[in-house]
Design a protein around this ligand. Structure first.
Ligand SMILES: C[S@@+](CC[C@H](N)C(=O)[O-])C[C@H]1O[C@@H](n2cnc3c(N)ncnc32)[C@H](O)[C@@H]1O
Length: 257
């Protein structure tokens, strides 16, 4: 599946806010090494370099398109590498490991948390955020369409959007088991999106991508038309915009000094 940095960044404000709110709970004063796993187009990784002004910051992403887009932000202390976060290793100990809106794409990601915790220097922190909206209409309608008689042969099996997420408590337990002080919470954002087919345009940047990459151009148009119609009924456009509720799980684990 290919990512499109421009489509993903269409809602940069809404997608950036959880990152800021996640980092607000990280109590690391000074850092010399920071890693951003699944860094995407790099705009948020650059914020890490600004927050820790002497740190070497590395953004890791498995999408060559994302890493190329992120190159715009690269500098002396900020670099980007194209790698799978499940197997990437830092050069040495790290003060802060961040994974914002990325781990849900990685099968078995809960088991990786203990490994990320082992990279931390004393006083360091692991911080991640995953969506928890897979039972909302944006995803259930996509699933229903994928497994409908028209599409199931092509789409029922391989086109699922993510590796799935765990309940918030499971993440808390994993952080505690990794020896970290755990701080886990959920927030439901009520995004107000402008324009027509706003939820469709949001999902085009993420969950719809694996589906579309399994179809040819005509099939994509047909699939998107059906999906858009269902989304319009589930998320009616109002005079001020389209309300798109979106719940997210946040987790921060600090290692004692
Ligand atoms: C929804 S974007 C989040 C990007 C960025 N962290 C942000 O908050 O805007 C998910 C990113 O995770 C990356 N990703 C997915 N699976 C990955 C993996 N196994 N290893 C590294 N990056 C991965 C994707 O390429 C994509 O850029």
């Amino acid at each position: 599946m290919r990512w499109d940095p421009a489509v993903y960044n269409r809602y940069a404000d809404e997608r950036g806010r959880p990152f800021v709110e996640l980092l607000a709970r990280v109590r690391v004063e000074s850092a010399t090494a920071v890693a951003d796993l699944g860094c995407g187009p790099g705009n948020l990784t650059a914020m890490l370099a600004a927050r820790w002004p002497v740190a070497d910051v590395v953004g890791v992403d498995s999408s060559a398109d994302m890493v190329t887009a992120a190159g715009e932000y690269a500098g002396d202390r900020l670099r980007f590498v194209c790698a799978d976060l499940a197997s990437w290793q830092p050069d040495g100990p790290v003060d802060v490991v961040v994974a914002n809106a990325a781990l849900h794409w990685v099968p078995g990601h809960v088991d990786l948390l203990a490994q990320f915790a082992r990279w931390l220097r004393p006083g360091g922190a692991l911080a991640f955020q995953v969506p928890d909206n897979f039972t909302e209409p944006s995803h259930t309608l996509l699933h229903d369409l994928r497994v409908s008689p028209r599409w199931r042969e092509q789409l029922a099996a391989g086109a699922d959007r993510t590796a799935g997420v765990e309940r918030a408590e499971r993440y808390l337990r994993a952080l505690v088991d990794a020896g970290l002080d755990a701080d886990v919470w959920q927030t439901e954002y009520l995004h107000v999106l402008p324009g027509d087919d706003a939820v469709l345009n949001w999902v085009r940047g993420t969950a719809l991508r694996p589906v579309l990459s399994a179809l040819d151009a005509d099939e994509q148009d047909e699939f998107v038309a059906s999906y858009a119609e269902a989304l319009r009924a589930a998320y009616p456009k109002q005079e001020f915009g389209t309300v798109f509720p979106f719940r997210r799980t946040f987790a921060v684990g600090h290692l004692g000094s």
